[in-house]
Design a binder for this molecule. Structure first.
Ligand SMILES: Cc1cc2nc3c(=O)[nH]c(=O)nc-3n(C[C@H](O)[C@H](O)[C@H](O)COP(=O)(O)OP(=O)(O)OC[C@H]3O[C@@H](n4cnc5c(N)ncnc54)[C@H](O)[C@@H]3O)c2cc1C
Length: 422
């Protein structure tokens, strides 16, 4: 076992990442954003565009967390599908939550378009069924989306699925032409550049170490500086190193691991020939897509946040070869991992956690679309708008055990139990 997660493959492909100096000295701002992932960068951009003074503090490099290391799939709706949402909340709220997810997707696509962010965006996602018993529910899901949500997706039978994926490992699939996939680190860098152009001050290597009060407003401290603000947005994805406890209590971190292959050449021609990204129905989900140069990135295998495999490529490879045995001789260029932060209901925790301090965390594997949108809505909420956010602020997100040992045990147990079901 080794202590730290390696950098993502995406970082190796970017020659000129933006760099920002650490915060030094005493400053004042309308808004301090803590955390430089999708939530924080989008919030900083929205606030700067609205003419507010913004300071963003990132503990490491921008998008050092999940935003720069993920599978890059821009999903439709929420992490929970509409049938689950209807069962738990009724059709009206399910529809509102679905529309929220769609607005989030449109928001990201709009940002990419408006700022000309080159992040290798490609349309289409395939959700593959790993057990025959899932086919009936998948067909109901397709029907519900078309009939009650006016969102046509396509059911693929076993042979069509094999052709669409280049794999015979699945029993059927849903093709979502409105989903998309992209290079997440490039997206984060694009948002950072847009935020800076709009006037935001970004600081890397500037972990917020304390959150207290100064007169009527919050005060955020780092090792070498401090900012007095009117508002603070904590966008640390539930992992702020003791800065606050509200988001940590409601989220759990699950390590998910990925590899990038060497370019596949002609062997890759039959894999995802339609250019979609893919994921499957397993509890320990597998997700993959091809990059512009013909490599495959593949995610598979999870562990609790305290247990990083010493050889991540060997950890992920069996999952990849299970889906694509034809790749047994293909080289693995790089392996890495990231922490997926989940809540119990797999819907995000968004709250005002102290006067003038808001936080969002736990996008549960759906943050490529949802996190930037929530970042923007949080800024609107600070100024009396952003009413859609109530869909999240009113959700009951139960607290989880606070002891690290218990939390890791819970994750290990969930993975073990989930794998049994898989
Ligand atoms: C391997 C993997 C695959 C995934 N695949 C997908 C996918 O395909 N599609 C999808 O929608 N979602 C996916 N996700 C989830 C998605 O990446 C997240 O939901 C999303 O990036 C969350 O963004 P965020 O800004 O809230 O958090 P993060 O990106 O985690 O950002 C939080 C930031 O806060 C910083 N920070 C923490 N503490 C402090 C502090 N005290 N001071 C300053 N900064 C601090 C961290 O360094 C970090 O950069 C995946 C996640 C992982 C790990």
């Amino acid at each position: 076992m080794r202590p730290a997660l390696p950098e993502p493959f995406y970082a190796r492909c970017i020659a000129d990442p933006p760099r920002f100096a650490p915060l030094e000295g005493t400053h004042e701002a309308d808004l301090v954003v803590v955390g430089g992932g999708f939530t924080g960068l989008s919030a900083a951009l929205a606030a700067a565009e609205a003419g507010r003074s913004v300071v963003l503090l990132e503990a490491g490099r921008l998008a050092a967390g999940a935003s720069g290391r993920n599978g890059g799939q821009l999903h439709s709706g929420q992490r929970q599908d509409v049938l689950w949402l209807e069962t738990h909340f009724g059709y009206g709220r399910a529809l509102a939550l679905w529309r929220f997810g769609e607005a989030a997707k449109a928001h990201v696509l709009g940002l990419i378009d408006r700022f000309g962010i080159e992040c290798n965006l490609q349309r289409g996602l395939i959700h593959a069924l790993h057990k025959p018993g899932l086919v009936i529910e998948a067909k109901e899901h397709v029907e519900a989306l078309g009939d009650r949500y006016s969102y046509p997706v396509e059911y693929l039978g076993r042979e069509e699925t094999a052709a669409a994926l280049g794999s015979r490992a699945y029993f059927g699939a849903i093709r979502d032409p409105g989903g998309a996939h992209l290079d997440p680190l490039r997206l984060a860098h694009g948002l950072a550049r847009a935020a800076v152009s709009a006037g935001a001050a970004l600081h890397e290597e500037s972990a917020a170490t304390a959150l207290s009060r100064h007169g009527a407003g919050p005060l955020v401290r780092t090792a070498r500086g401090e900012v007095r603000a009117r508002h603070v947005i904590v966008a640390t994805n539930g992992r702020s190193n003791g800065l606050e406890r509200a988001t940590r209590r409601r989220t759990l971190g699950i390590n998910s691991y990925m590899v990038a292959t060497e370019p596949l050449g002609p062997l890759g021609d039959t894999i995802l020939p339609g250019g979609e990204g893919a994921s499957d129905s397993r509890f320990v989900v597998r997700y993959w897509r091809k990059l512009a140069d013909g490599r495959l990135t593949f995610g598979g295998g999870e562990s609790n946040a305290g247990r990083i495999p010493s050889d991540i490529r060997s950890f992920v490879l069996p999952h990849l070869l299970d889906v694509y045995p034809q790749l047994k001789d293909v080289g693995i260029a790089h392996a890495w991992g990231g922490i997926v932060t989940v809540t119990k209901p797999r819907l995000p925790f968004v709250r005002e956690i102290a006067p003038q301090v808001w936080a969002a965390a736990g996008f549960s594997g759906q943050g490529v679309g949802l996190a930037p949108y929530v970042g923007r809505l949080l800024v609107e909420r600070l100024h009396g708008r952003g009413g859609e956010l109530d869909l999240y602020t009113r959700l009951h997100i139960p607290p989880l055990p606070s002891s690290t040992w218990m939390r890791r045990a819970l994750v290990s147990l969930a993975i073990w139990y989930g794998r049994l079901g898989d």
